[in-house]
Design a protein around this ligand. Structure first.
Ligand SMILES: *Cc1c(COP(=O)(O)O)cnc(C)c1O
Length: 249
C-alpha cells in the first residue's frame, strides 16, 4: 500500500482511525472531534487543510496565531490556543482566538478577562491539568481544580469553561500514558458531581498523533493532531514546550 501524502488524504485517514477507535471502544463513530494542529506550518499547508474542510486549527504560540491571523483572514478560521501562554500575550489570544485549551493558572484567567472585556468578547476555555509527574509539563495540579473553577466563574466570567485538557506523559509505556488519560476523565467525573455554577465539563481534550487511540478508549472527546496530518516539524518539541528560559535557535 502506498501512502497518499496529501494533507486531504492524511486528514481522511486520521478521521477514519478516530471513528474506528471510537467504535472499538463502544462509542459512536462521531463521538470524537479532530483538532488539526498547524503549529510551524505556513499558509499553504493551512489553506490545503481549509480546502479539505477544516475550520478550527490548534496553535501553541500566541505570536504564531498573530502572524497567521491576517494572511488567512479570508478563510474564516477559528484559532484554538493549546500551548503555554504568558500573561503578557493574553491580549493576542483575547483578540484572535476562538478558544483556549491551556488555561492553567488564575493569573492567566484574570489577564485574559481584562483583555476580553476590552475586546467585548467571550471565549470557550478548557483547563489544562497536569496528569503526569514529568517536570516539563504545564498544567494545574488536579487537587486545585474545584477552587480554580470557583475563582474563574467569579473573577473571569468571559471565559466559558467547557472541560479539561491534558498532555500524557511522553514515553513509550502505553500503561503510563493510559493512566494520564484515565486520571483526567476521573477528575472530570468527580468535579462534575460538584455541580459548580457556570461550569460545563463535557469536553475532554486528550490524545495526539502518537497516543490518540488510547485517549479515545479512555473517553477523549477531541484529539489534537499535528504530525500525522501535516508531517514532521522542523524544531523539536523542546522549542515549543520550553523549560524555563530556553531561547529560540
Ligand atoms: C503540538 C501539539 C499537539 C500535536 O502533537 P503531534 O504529536 O504533532 O500530533 C497536541 N497538543 C499540544 C498542546 C501541542 O503543542
Amino acid at each position: 500500500m502506498t501512502e497518499d501524502s496529501s494533507i486531504a488524504a492524511r486528514l481522511a485517514q486520521i478521521q477514519q482511525r478516530i471513528s474506528q477507535a471510537a467504535v472499538r471502544a463502544g462509542r459512536a463513530a462521531d463521538a470524537v472531534r479532530l483538532l488539526p494542529v498547524s503549529k510551524t506550518f505556513g499558509e499553504a499547508a493551512i489553506r490545503e487543510a481549509v480546502q479539505a474542510g477544516v475550520r478550527r486549527f490548534g496553535e501553541n504560540k500566541a505570536q504564531e496565531i498573530r502572524s497567521k491571523y491576517e494572511p488567512l483572514a479570508d478563510c474564516d478560521i477559528e484559532w484554538i490556543m493549546i500551548g503555554h501562554l504568558q500573561t503578557n500575550k493574553a491580549k493576542d489570544v483575547a483578540r484572535m482566538a476562538a478558544e483556549i485549551q491551556s488555561l492553567d493558572r488564575i493569573e492567566l484567567a484574570i489577564a485574559l478577562e481584562k483583555r476580553l472585556q476590552q475586546e467585548g468578547r467571550q471565549i470557550d476555555a478548557l483547563v489544562q491539568i497536569k496528569t503526569s509527574t514529568e517536570p516539563t509539563k504545564y498544567g494545574l495540579p488536579p487537587g486545585e481544580l474545584p477552587d480554580f473553577l470557583r475563582r474563574v466563574a467569579d473573577e473571569a466570567p468571559s471565559l466559558r469553561i467547557q472541560g479539561l485538557m491534558t498532555l500524557a506523559i511522553n514515553e513509550a509505556n502505553d500503561e503510563a500514558v493510559r493512566a494520564c488519560f484515565r486520571n483526567l476523565r476521573e477528575l472530570r467525573d468527580r468535579t462534575r458531581d460538584l455541580d459548580l455554577p457556570g461550569v460545563q465539563l463535557d469536553r475532554l481534550s486528550m490524545g495526539m498523533s502518537g497516543d490518540f487511540e488510547i485517549a479515545i478508549e479512555e473517553g477523549s472527546t477531541e484529539v489534537r493532531i499535528g504530525t500525522a496530518i501535516f508531517g514532521g516539524r522542523v524544531y523539536n518539541d523542546d522549542y515549543y514546550w520550553p523549560e524555563g528560559v530556553k531561547k529560540a535557535p
